[in-house]
Unconditional design. Structure first.
Length: 265
């Protein structure tokens, strides 16, 4: 270890616990926002429950972009849906998308969990990863297009908050491994923290779109829980890649749930 790394480690050891620093570290870790606030994984994981609020911030930006494109430029809703989806992927630094692609490769492999985890952690991209990205991506874009065409623009904010609720539901439903970044977020998540985050997101979503918003949040939670189940069945544990996949699948199911709610309500 060089002198620079030693100083960095010593800095983290001396660092006092701070909610602001933990939130800043979580934002720096999971988005492309240039906050440059660094802290330990353990410290940022304490604020895992705050992730939906980071999603809400991304959603507000997405709302502004979509309003400009739909109402001022008059771009077709399908194109806007594709742009918004691309924006979310970029805003998140492709972290969650990387997890989705990795588990797509891993679940295509026959063998014990150890073999699947090894495939998930390698740097290669296979057919399974590309296929699951295509499936999740095309369903996400077309679902968002259908909702935007009806005029429920708030679905953009709701689906990104719900994506993060999918991530939290995966955390609360999963068993962590002995290593990797995912273990800290899983171990930090408690039922109380999950309930607080869920209540905040439900309240915001209801104010934005009534029961359609509630359907969206429940869809996100379902998507995350589904990935947690897939993780247990295939890997016995949940890694950071599994958590990332839960975000992408949670967003997809959130939009599907809102689209179904529009038909029913």
């Amino acid at each position: 270890m060089n002198e620079k790394d030693k100083k960095k480690d010593d800095y983290f050891k001396r660092e006092k616990s701070s909610m602001v620093r933990s939130i800043g570290g979580l934002i720096t870790f999971s988005t492309i926002l240039p906050l440059n606030m660094y802290t330990t994984i353990e410290e940022m994981a304490k604020m895992t429950w705050f992730w939906p609020m980071i999603g809400a911030f991304a959603g507000v930006i997405g709302l502004a972009i979509s309003y400009f494109l739909l109402e001022i430029v008059s771009i077709p809703s399908l194109v806007v849906a594709a742009i918004i989806y691309s924006f979310f992927l970029i805003f998140n630094g492709f972290h969650h998308l990387d997890g989705l692609i990795d588990i797509g490769d891993a679940i295509m492999v026959h063998g014990p969990p150890e073999k699947k985890i090894a495939i998930m952690r390698d740097s290669l991209i296979g057919t399974g990863g590309l296929a699951i990205f295509f499936i999740v991506g095309i369903i996400t874009v077309t679902s968002l297009n259908s909702i935007l065409a009806i005029g429920i623009i708030s679905s953009i904010l709701i689906c990104e908050m719900s994506a993060k609720m999918g991530l939290l539901s995966c955390c609360i439903s999963s068993k962590s491994g002995l290593d990797g970044t995912g273990k800290y977020f899983i171990e930090s998540m408690t039922l109380l923290k999950f309930t607080v985050a869920f209540s905040l997101v439900i309240a915001i979503s209801y104010l934005l779109a009534n029961f359609i918003g509630i359907f969206g949040v429940l869809g996100g939670v379902f998507g995350g829980s589904l990935i947690a189940y897939i993780g247990k069945k295939n890997f016995k544990i949940a890694t950071g890649d599994v958590l990332g996949a839960s975000n992408e699948v949670g967003r997809m199911f959130s939009l599907l749930a809102m689209m179904i709610a529009l038909i029913w309500i």
